[in-house]
Design a protein. Structure first.
Length: 368
């Protein structure tokens, strides 16, 4: 994990180093720190965003009671639950204290900073924000409750935190959201931006995907997801879709979409090899977008496979047309999944994409 962070730190030399050190600390403490990098934001150049979700869910000691055990055994289970709660709460307390200290220190140097805290009867609320403006620009901000957010800052950071007592008498639940965003200007004019060259990108990652097929038990399946004009499907539990995107602001319209590509499956037994391949793909993806800031892309760094959910590693857009590309990954109890696909029109992702040979207007054909 630390090696992954070092690689990320090298990629972001233009940011505030105190914030980057804070993010390093959070990652070392086991919190997931996500790095999203994207191009094509008019005068902003390349935008970097670091996000961290901090949460603690306490274990209710009473839930550990088992009538089949002796009183001594149940007392031991309660003791274990209390110990787990103390460890989790200390980790969160240390993280919040570190964030508080960082925001307080940077406040005097920031263009604007806001620190709000409320504590009463075991409920705690924290709202921090700070920003650094571009040269002599005027900062534009807006309030949402006791939080402040900025529109046009060169660099900004926010932290929202809440701690609430448990309704069932267990340990309090705690959740915090940390967000840090900054932009690195480029000399590429808006009209100089170009569509993402997915053909060149796929050639770049082809050797790694070829090596995937050499692992024992690995499979490669074609992706074919299609919905025709006028067909609709629900994203909710009653529908066949995990998610869907639209290319127009009117989300009631129904448009055509065709997604094709390849799904690679790596069995759980090859976990070491799968994780190494993920790191190779991540490195190649980042090198490519760094070399092509003139192309529309969105790069998302995480230390490894996204469990359960489908995590996007890099995506590219053709702003002038209606096509796009995605390199995504996921993992579950069976193994690891890598998807490389292009979309013409709107992207609809079937809920059972791991098992499907095709999705055509809601008709599901499963892999044998």
């Amino acid at each position: 994990m630390l090696l992954a962070f070092v690689a990320t730190a090298v990629r972001s030399q233009e940011s505030n180093q105190q914030l980057r050190q804070l993010e390093k600390y959070l990652q070392e403490q086991g919190f997931s720190v996500e790095h999203v990098q994207s191009s094509g934001h008019e005068e902003k150049g390349v935008t970097h965003q670091f996000r961290a979700l901090l949460y603690v869910f306490g274990v209710n000691p009473e839930s550990m009671y088992d009538s089949k055990l002796t009183a001594e055994q149940n007392q031991l289970r309660v003791h274990v639950a209390d110990s787990i709660n103390r460890q989790r709460q200390k980790r969160m307390l240390d993280a919040v204290d570190s964030i508080r200290l960082c925001f307080a220190r940077l406040g005097k140097d920031a263009s604007e900073s806001y620190l709000y805290e409320f504590h009463k009867n075991g409920t705690d609320t924290i709202k921090y924000s700070l920003s650094f403006k571009k040269d002599n620009d005027t900062l534009y901000s807006y309030r949402r409750g006791n939080a402040v957010y900025f529109h046009n800052a060169r660099e900004a950071a926010n932290f929202d935190y809440v701690r609430e007592n448990s309704a069932d008498g267990g340990s309090p639940s705690e959740r915090g959201n940390y967000n840090h965003i900054y932009s690195v200007p480029t000399d590429i004019a808006w009209e100089g931006m170009r569509p993402f060259d997915y053909v060149a990108f796929e050639k770049r990652i082809a050797p790694v995907l070829k090596s995937v097929k050499k692992l024992k038990g690995t499979k490669a399946y074609p992706i074919y997801w299609r919905h025709d004009e006028g067909f609709d499907d629900n994203v909710g539990t009653d529908g066949h879709l995990l998610s869907k995107t639209t290319r127009q602001s009117d989300y009631t319209d129904k448009h055509y979409g065709l997604t094709t590509g390849t799904l690679y499956f790596i069995p759980r037994a090859c976990e070491t090899e799968a994780k190494a391949l993920y790191q190779q793909l991540d490195s190649l993806a980042y090198d490519y977008v760094e070399q092509h800031p003139e192309q529309y892309y969105r790069y998302n760094f995480t230390p490894g496979f996204s469990y359960r959910n489908l995590g996007e590693m890099v995506s590219g857009q053709d702003i002038e047309g209606d096509s796009g590309y995605s390199l995504s990954s996921s993992a579950d109890d069976k193994g690891f999944y890598i998807l490389s696909f292009t979309t013409k029109g709107e992207l609809w992702i079937p809920r059972e994409w791991r098992k499907l040979k095709s999705y055509i207007n809601g008709e599901l054909i499963y892999l044998k």
